[in-house]
Design a protein around this ligand. Structure first.
Ligand SMILES: NC(=O)c1ccc[n+]([C@@H]2O[C@H](COP(=O)([O-])OP(=O)(O)OC[C@H]3O[C@@H](n4cnc5c(N)ncnc54)[C@H](OP(=O)(O)O)[C@@H]3O)[C@@H](O)[C@H]2O)c1
Length: 294
């Protein structure tokens, strides 16, 4: 058909699931969506959102972004033989003091967030390039634009995504392929449930110094408040995705809150970086600020 073929990674929950259903629900049936999941035994939630309307607009495929063979077989199962719109969305979080993180766990985060995105792109780029057409969209994070304490590994992976996408975008403009990053702040998804988090009381924290431990406790409280007060719903994120997808001249970077968050702006207006570090510290650990100034 003459529809746009969309392939999305990480559709078992959250942003990926909402985006898959949102695009497949387009009243004009402009999109054929391949919703891909790490494992098909997690497809129940997605299936619950699927109706008769989606019979011809949505297909579910298995695709683990850390498994090259599964990426290739998902790609080969796209009936149209092409993907017009590729959405790299799969990702995992990791939270806790850096010195207690297990190296396998740290590598797993990079494996999904960075190498998973890299090898997904590798699989779909040659075809898009030869057709001189395509739009690549990536679920980014404000944590990929500025650092967050106790999120060093996650932020490193998301910063890496920025470099990856920006570098590719420069080349791909010569192939009429657009790249867009959808920069999300906190979003109400399973992300916080799924992320690997060092829990207070975990024996991994036994050897940790008490100052870091108390800052970590305060960070967790801060985090809880932020998600409670400021998290967006996946529908808000889907709207931004739709804007980007429908635009004849899509931007490289979209902020889901509509404007550049003040803390992101600080990085460009105060390039020596100190103002950002101070402001973020003040936000997360407010009472300490005066102490630090003395
Ligand atoms: N929620 C937020 O606050 C927030 C903020 C900024 C950016 N983001 C980004 O948004 C993206 C989507 O996350 P979400 O918030 O929607 O959280 P989510 O509900 O946890 O969804 C993450 C999805 O990624 C999938 N995934 C994990 N490892 C995978 C793998 N190896 N192969 C394929 N899929 C895999 C998960 O599948 P399984 O369930 O099978 O593991 C799940 O479907 C992530 O890249 C995340 O970093 C989220």
């Amino acid at each position: 058909g003459q529809w746009f073929v969309v392939l999305i990674t990480g559709c078992s929950s959250g942003i990926g699931l909402s985006l898959a259903v949102g695009l497949a629900s387009d009243p004009e049936k402009n999109y054929k969506v391949y919703a891909t999941l790490k494992t098909l035994n997690k497809k129940q939630r997605l299936l619950k959102s699927v109706t008769e309307f989606h019979r011809d607009t949505l297909d579910i495929l298995q695709m683990d972004v850390t498994d090259r063979a599964s990426i290739m077989s998902a790609r080969d199962r796209v009936q149209e033989g092409r993907v017009d719109i590729l959405v790299c969305n799969a990702g995992v979080g990791l939270m806790g003091p850096l010195e207690v993180q297990d190296s396998k766990v740290m590598k797993d985060v990079m494996e999904v967030n960075l190498f998973g995105t890299l090898q997904t792109l590798q699989a779909f780029l040659p075809d898009m390039k030869s057709r001189r057409e395509g739009h690549i969209l990536v679920t980014g994070s404000t944590g990929g634009l500025h650092g967050l304490p106790f999120n060093e590994v996650y932020c490193a992976s998301k910063f890496a995504i920025e470099g990856l996408c920006e570098s590719l975008a420069v080349l791909l403009q010569h192939f009429n392929i657009r790249v867009s990053i959808i920069e999300c702040g906190p979003v109400n998804t399973d992300f916080m449930l799924n992320l690997q988090k060092t829990e207070i009381g975990d024996c991994a924290l036994d050897a940790l110094d008490s100052h870091t431990l108390s800052l970590y406790e305060r960070f967790l409280l801060h985090c809880g408040t932020v998600f409670q007060n400021a998290a967006q719903d996946t529908e808000d994120i889907v709207k931004v995705y739709l804007d980007a997808i429908r635009s004849p001249e899509p931007a490289f970077r979209y902020f889901t809150s509509g404007t550049v968050p003040p803390l992101v702006k600080l990085k460009t207006t105060q390039p020596d970086g100190l103002e950002y570090i101070r402001a973020m510290g003040e936000l997360i650990f407010p009472q300490d600020h005066e102490e630090l100034q003395q």
